[in-house]
Structures are given as structure tokens and as C-alpha cells.
Write a protein that binds this ligand. Structure first.
Ligand SMILES: Cc1cc2nc3c(=O)[nH]c(=O)nc-3n(C[C@H](O)[C@H](O)[C@H](O)COP(=O)(O)OP(=O)(O)OC[C@H]3O[C@@H](n4cnc5c(N)ncnc54)[C@H](O)[C@@H]3O)c2cc1C
Length: 496
């Protein structure tokens, strides 16, 4: 367990040493939400567990989502009741075990004549949605007249408008959900290490021998484990011994100032059969998303000019008076959905189901699913591992056990970014595995996406980080320069 007085570098050295010291029961590869859920569950069941990520925790898809805990109202229209029920139960479970990460959010979905979204269909849909949640949804759905819809959605297009329904999901903070899950895992005995990559694995007898690279130094380490979980999301067909088939689709989000679309509730914006969201996020509004097949590089998918055009066009069609243009953007991000392959049909129609498969003795591939269903995916995975390791007696507790104790929640503002302060930067460096500027600016705080002055903040924060992480002047300047270039490139893509 990390002690508050340990320097950040020292605790990483200890974690790396612990990885190799004693053979593990379970090595989880991938520190997105799925891997984090698995390692916490395994640790709570008393398994000797560790998790590694080749980059920062949550650097993949799990910091690039729409940040919703949702059953998926649109899957009802596709008749996927089982999937919606599963996710609806899970969203409530997260609401109970981690209330600081599930802020109830009302959505207004306008009904329009001559479209797939007739008001009467929506009215039945939202009642069913509440029922699939066991009538324990974050709020009760209702139907609004045209007048009330127009009042609640200032500037909404009245084209064919017949009213609206109001239904409920919750807003979360995807990267914070990962980090808090890892904090809990570490507290219960798991070792977690970012910037550590699985390079090779070979099974000898009952044991997997793994070669792991410390990405920070290029050093190679050897470790032994009885089971491995491949939870590498978009990378999951790249690992040795993996037997998965993925279809990757890209989704982008745009961030604008809240006063450009001043609404209290989230809004569903329909474009044909697809739907997009406008989601209030403190002083900002998140617009998204897209769903297009993707074959490019995996680490930093970009939001290109056509993605931006599409999201702005749909938003402007829904709110013609907003007249949003590119210069309204505070920031953008793009993420890749690691969907279980289904070569047919529209990306938006591909199921978000998950798969937990043991391909070789002791090797599990866990793919698909959603942020919302991560806990269930982890439970199924660890159930299977516990059976395999003949350790089946310990039951899963993650559906009822709080993610953090109330005293542990304190420091961070969970949904909306915290205020900039030296103490919070030092806290993240000491307790939350920060190694580089983007770890702080994107995953720990979201300042990069929320604050227009994030470059100034990055430069200020770097001086505090330098102290904590023993950076010399050259390293500090290199970190600032890399962060600035990274953001400028994202901006060029945006403008280009
Ligand atoms: C645009 C978009 C919007 C979404 N919105 C929502 C939403 O609102 N609600 C919802 O419930 N779901 C949503 N999702 C789905 C959800 O975000 C994903 O299902 C989930 O984040 C996937 O998590 P993961 O852990 O499987 O993958 P990731 O988060 O990508 O984690 C995989 C990790 O594996 C690491 N890795 C890869 N190779 C190696 C290696 N060799 N060694 C060590 N580590 C390695 C990577 O660095 C990465 O951190 C959305 C997805 C997208 C793309």
C-alpha cells in the first residue's frame, strides 16, 4: 500500500519490484475501466493481483467516452431488451457504490412528426426504460407538451415538433471511475503500474512467464502468474495468445461553452435513426458523438474536420439559433469503441454486448461492453478465474461494497474539474500515479478539455510536478513543450 510520505518515484519502484517478487494469481493487462474493474474484484476476493498499462491509466477509450452511465435508450428501438436491462441495473449499482461518480441527469428527447421518433413511441419507450431499471431509475420519466418542450429547450427547431419526453440516466467521469477503482484495488492489496507493457507471455506447466517492459526506462522485467486477463480494449487482438475479433468504430466529442446552449437538461438530437447528445458539464456542454468504422493508429485517434462538421450540423439543425461554428470549440476528443466483431450493418447497430473467453488455460480475453457494464464484466471474469484457480469459495462483493469510503472521496471534484491548486497537483502526483503532464491535465483533472487557459495551467502545474517527480529544468521544459505540441496537433486536426 502506498504511504503518503513516499516520493512518487519511489512508490513506482516498489510497485515494479512487487510485480516480480512473488508469483501472481492474476495479471491484468490494460488499465482502462475493464481491467481496473477486474483487478479490484480479484483483489477483494483475496487473489494476488496486479495490473499494468503500457501508457497512463485510462489513456485509451476509458477517458474518451460520452461519460454516461446509461441503459442505452436507443437500443430499445433495436429490440435489445436484455442489453438495456443489464446496463440499466448496472447504472443503478454504480449509483449506489459510487454516488460521487453518478450524477443524475435528465434528458429531453423531442418527438417529431414524420420521423422515427414519434412522441407516442418515445412515451412508451421511456416507461419501458424505467421498468427495465426495476422502477429504480435516477428519476421518473414524463411527457412534455409542445409548449413545455419549447420552454425547456430554448431555440429548439419547431419543425414537426409534437412535444418531448424527459427520462433519466447519470453523468460520470470516465477516467475518475478508472482511477478510483484502481485506488480501491491498491488499497485491497493489488499492485498497479502504469507505463508498463506486456511484451511477451509463454505458458510453462501451470504458470505463465511474462516479459514486461518498463516503458519509462526501456528495462525488461520477468514475472510469473497463474492467470492473465487481456483487457486491452482496442488493442486486444494485438496481444500474444489473444483470440479476439474486434470491429473498431470512432466517436468524437466537441466541448463548447454552456451559454451557447443554455439548458438545464441534456438533449437528445436526432439525425435520421442516429441520435447524438448535448450534455451539460459544469460551465461547458459536451456534444457527441459519431460512430464510424476505424482502421488507423490506436493511441491518439483524432477528431477530423468532417467529424466536427457533422456534429455541428446536427446541433445547428436542432438549435438553428445557436449558429455554432468551429471557433466556439473549447476542445475535442476522439475515442475508439472496441466492439465484438460483427462485420455486417451500420456501426451504430453493432451490439455493445461483451465477451469473456478463456482461449488457452489461464488466458482470458475480455472484450466489448460499455463503461456502464464494467463491474458485471469484471464479476464474470473473476468468477471464471476463481473457478479455474479452484478458488471459487469467495463471492463477488463489488455490487454492494462502496467503491471508496466517504473520507477517501474528499479531495477530488468527481464530475466537474477541480479548481487549479498546488495542493491538488501535488496530491495527484503523490497518490495517483501521475508521471507526465497529460496524465494530470487530461485524466486526473480534465483541465485540458474544460479550461481555455489550459496551456498556462499546464506550465504552472509543471513547476509543482517537477518538485514532486524530481524533474530537472530540461525535463520540465520538455514536458511543457511535448504537451503544447500535442495540443497544437489536435487543434490543427480540428482546423484542417
Ligand atoms: C466515443 C465513445 C463514447 C462512449 N460513451 C460511452 C458512454 O457514455 N457510456 C458507456 O457506458 N460507454 C461508453 N463508451 C464505451 C466505453 O468507453 C468503452 O467500452 C470502455 O471505455 C472500454 O474500456 P476498456 O478497458 O475495454 O479499454 P481501454 O479504456 O481502451 O483500455 C485498454 C488499455 O489497455 C492498454 N494496453 C494496450 N496494450 C497493452 C499492452 N501490451 N500492455 C499493457 N497495456 C496495454 C491501453 O494503454 C489502454 O489503456 C463509449 C465509447 C466511445 C468510443
Amino acid at each position: 500500500m502506498k504511504l503518503s510520505s513516499e516520493p512518487a518515484g519511489k512508490s513506482r519502484e516498489l510497485a515494479l519490484r512487487r510485480l516480480t517478487e512473488t508469483p501472481l494469481d492474476v495479471l491484468v493487462v490494460g488499465g482502462g475501466i475493464v481491467g481496473s474493474g477486474v483487478v479490484r474484484d480479484a483483489a477483494l476476493r483475496g487473489l494476488r493481483s496486479a495490473l499494468i498499462d503500457q501508457a497512463d491509466f485510462a489513456a485509451g477509450t476509458s477517458s474518451r467516452s460520452s461519460r454516461l452511465l446509461h441503459g442505452g435508450l436507443r437500443y430499445l428501438a433495436q429490440g435489445r431488451l436484455g442489453l438495456v436491462r443489464e446496463a440499466s441495473v448496472e447504472k443503478r449499482t454504480i449509483g449506489q457504490i459510487a454516488p460521487h461518480l453518478a450524477q443524475p441527469l435528465a434528458f429531453l428527447f423531442p418527438g417529431r412528426r414524420g420521423t422515427s421518433w414519434a412522441l407516442w413511441k418515445l412515451a412508451i419507450g421511456v416507461k419501458l426504460y424505467d421498468a427495465l431499471c426495476g422502477m429504480r431509475n435516477f428519476g421518473h420519466s414524463s411527457v412534455l407538451s409542445v409548449g413545455k418542450a419549447r420552454h425547456s429547450l430554448p431555440g429548439i427547431s419547431t419543425d414537426g415538433l409534437t412535444g418531448a419526453v424527459r427520462y433519466y440516466d447519470a453523468l460520470t467521469n470516465d477516467a475518475r471511475l478508472v482511477l478510483d477503482t484502481l485506488r480501491s484495488a491498491e488499497k485491497h492489496g493489488a499492485t498497479v503500474c502504469n507505463y508498463t507493457r506486456l511484451a511477451a507471455a509463454e505458458r510453462r506447466g501451470d504458470v505463465w512467464r511474462c516479459s514486461v517492459e518498463d516503458v519509462e526506462t526501456g528495462t525488461s522485467l520477468e514475472l510469473k502468474t497463474r492467470a492473465i486477463v487481456n483487457a486491452t480494449g482496442p488493442w486486444s487482438d494485438k496481444l500474444p495468445h489473444a483470440n479476439t475479433s474486434l470491429r473498431l468504430t470512432k466517436g468524437v466529442h466537441l466541448v463548447i461553452d454552456r451559454d451557447r446552449l443554455p439548458m438545464a437538461d441534456a438533449v437528445v438530437m436526432a439525425e435520421g435513426d442516429r441520435i447524438l447528445f448535448a450534455i451539460p458539464w459544469g460551465e461547458r456542454m459536451i456534444l457527441g458523438t459519431t460512430d464510424t468504422d476505424y482502421t488507423g493508429e490506436l493511441a491518439e485517434p483524432s477528431c477530423d474536420a468532417s467529424d466536427i462538421r457533422y456534429v455541428l450540423d446536427v446541433t445547428n439543425a436542432t438549435f438553428p439559433e445557436a449558429k455554432l461554428v468551429e471557433s466556439d470549440l473549447v476542445s475535442t476528443w476522439a475515442g475508439l469503441r472496441p466492439l465484438v466483431a460483427d462485420r455486417n450493418g451500420n456501426p451504430s447497430d453493432i451490439s455493445r454486448r461483451h465477451e469473456v473467453k478463456m482461449n488457452e488455460p489461464g488466458w482470458w480475453d475480455v472484450t466489448g461492453g460499455k463503461l456502464t457494464t464494467y463491474r458485471l464484466m469484471a464479476e464474470e471474469t473473476v468468477n471464471a478465474i476463481a473457478r479455474f484457480l479452484a478458488n471459487g469459495a469467495v463471492r463477488c462483493e463489488t455490487a454492494s461494497r462502496p467503491l471508496l469510503e466517504p473520507s477517501e472521496v474528499g479531495h477530488a471534484s468527481a464530475i466537474v474539474p477541480p479548481a487549479v491548486s498546488e495542493s491538488i497537483v501535488r496530491h495527484y502526483c503523490q497518490h495517483e500515479w501521475v508521471r507526465h503532464l497529460p496524465d494530470l491535465m487530461i485524466r486526473r483533472t480534465s483541465w485540458r478539455h474544460y479550461r481555455r487557459d489550459h496551456l498556462r495551467v499546464a506550465s504552472e502545474a509543471a513547476s509543482w510536478m517537477a518538485d514532486e517527480l524530481a524533474w530537472n529544468e530540461a525535463t520540465t521544459q520538455a514536458e511543457i513543450a511535448q504537451y503544447t505540441t500535442f495540443c497544437a496537433l489536435a487543434q490543427t486536426t480540428t482546423n484542417g
